[in-house]
Design a protein around this ligand. Structure first.
Ligand code: HEM
Length: 397
């Protein structure tokens, strides 16, 4: 048993690249204890992520025995056939057009945040830039008042840190979203009610009005989907921006390259996503006996798709540990998942990242922002996320 790796242990999850390379070499599926299997390779992660009948999302992040009522499930917690129907509503609401329409706002917000930084001296870019930009952008997409952003962020963080994603309970053990987080749920319900009486041009209104096979989402489903859009995109996109800027400050020539060749920005974003995944793994519950690379997966078993590990699979990514903006297939990483649950917010996250980097490079002259002396990368406390807790830089004229 390769019980030496525990993806749920934050300390280990972020510092185990040599061990993960060893596991990947050994087998496509390794036993990591407690009856859990960890999938190490790219092809097998894709095979199982595609198989939504055999591998359930309802049991994904949930602790054994936790069953969430159907109407309270986010999109990411639904299995077919419910998932298929609700997903159609979600992707129709979150179109490329709605992402494009948000871009001028994201750019103006990025500029405003950078203008508000001190002209010279030390500053932490996490609370001043990489955190607030995704937050305001998500509020804009949903059509919620920008001033409510900090409160929403606090609720979303509180929910994630309470262990709710695994237990469906708040810190005091109260079961259910509306019951455990009444202020957060009430806020979402109020915004939906506003749009019911007065439709607006935003994603929330689209979710409310869209019909699939003549059916609309029910009020609890709507609340769960809006919650999914908030919690799915906030911290993940903040980690992406933090990781990207950290790469810009630490990798020789990356800043020069992106200034000379803005086309390379999208590929740099994918390399950051591949090597420093804001989401490190994707858990599923096995529902059907399945053999993978000589290992039998059993119904009821928890199976963890090691997407961070698969993103460095040498059979797919040559010199997989290297950050290479010229990599032809960098976007084949699994950081946004794969198959029917593939992240519908990916184009939005990519747009926020592209605009953030482009605006950052336009705002500062070459080489005028650098990490403070002695800076040490400290990961955010969440075990399934990679991203800097702080990004202390010194701004020079
Ligand atoms: C860098 C940023 C992001 C990362 C790394 C990320 C990652 C992921 C991953 C790995 C999944 C698939 C989970 C699975 O297969 O069970 C997913 C699903 C999802 N994401 Fe994202 N995400 C990001 C940003 C966003 C944004 C900005 C939004 C919303 C605007 C969003 C909304 C969702 C939703 C609703 C799902 C559920 C999809 C489904 O189950 O069909 N995500 N995300």
């Amino acid at each position: 048993m390769a019980g030496t790796f525990n993806p749920f242990d934050a300390e280990q999850a972020h510092n185990s690249w040599p061990l993960l390379a060893e596991l990947r070499e050994r087998s496509a599926v390794v036993d990591i204890g407690d009856g859990m299997a960890y999938v190490t390779r790219h092809a097998e992660c894709r095979q199982l992520l595609r198989d939504t009948e055999g591998f359930s999302s309802a049991q994904g992040f949930k602790a054994p025995g936790v069953v969430v009522p159907l109407e309270d499930r986010t999109l990411g917690e639904l299995d077919p056939p419910n998932h298929t129907l609700v997903r159609r509503v979600m992707v129709t609401a979150l179109t490329p057009k709605s992402v494009r329409a948000a871009e001028p706002y994201i750019e103006a917000k990025a500029s405003a945040l950078l203008d508000a930084l001190p002209a010279t001296g030390p500053v932490d870019l996490v609370p001043t830039f990489t955190g607030p930009l995704p937050n305001s952008s998500t509020m804009h997409l949903l059509g919620f008042p920008e001033d409510d952003g900090p409160q929403i962020m606090a609720w979303a963080k509180g929910l994630i840190e309470s262990g709710f994603p695994a237990t469906h309970r708040n810190r005091d053990g109260v079961f259910g979203f509306a019951e455990g987080f009444p202020e957060f749920a009430g806020y979402i319900d109020d915004r939906i009610a506003e749009r019911r009486s007065e439709p607006r041009d935003d994603v929330t209104t689209k979710l409310l009005e869209l019909e699939v096979d003549g059916e609309r989402l029910t009020p609890p489903q709507l609340r769960a989907m809006v919650r999914n859009l908030i919690t799915g995109g906030l911290t993940t996109t903040s980690q992406l921006l933090g990781n990207l800027l950290y790469a810009l400050f630490t990798l020789p020539d990356l800043e020069d390259r992106l200034r000379e060749d803005p086309e390379a920005t999208s590929r740099a974003i994918d390399e950051s996503l591949r090597l420093s995944p804001p989401v490190m793994f994707i858990p599923r519950g096995c529902r059907r006996e399945t053999e993978v690379d000589g290992t039998e997966l059993e119904p009821g078993q928890r199976v963890v798709m090691g997407t961070a590990c698969a993103n460095r699979d040498e059979t797919v990514f040559e010199h997989g540990d290297d950050f290479d903006v010229d990599r032809p297939n960098g976007s084949d990483h699994l950081t946004f998942g794969y198959g029917p649950h593939f992240c519908p917010g990916a184009p939005f996250a990519r747009a926020v990242a592209r605009i953030a980097v482009t605006t950052f490079l336009r705002h500062f002259k070459p080489g005028t922002v650098r990490l403070v002396d002695g800076f040490e990368f400290q990961n955010v406390p969440a075990f399934f996320e990679t991203g800097p807790a702080r990004l202390d830089v010194e701004i020079a004229r």
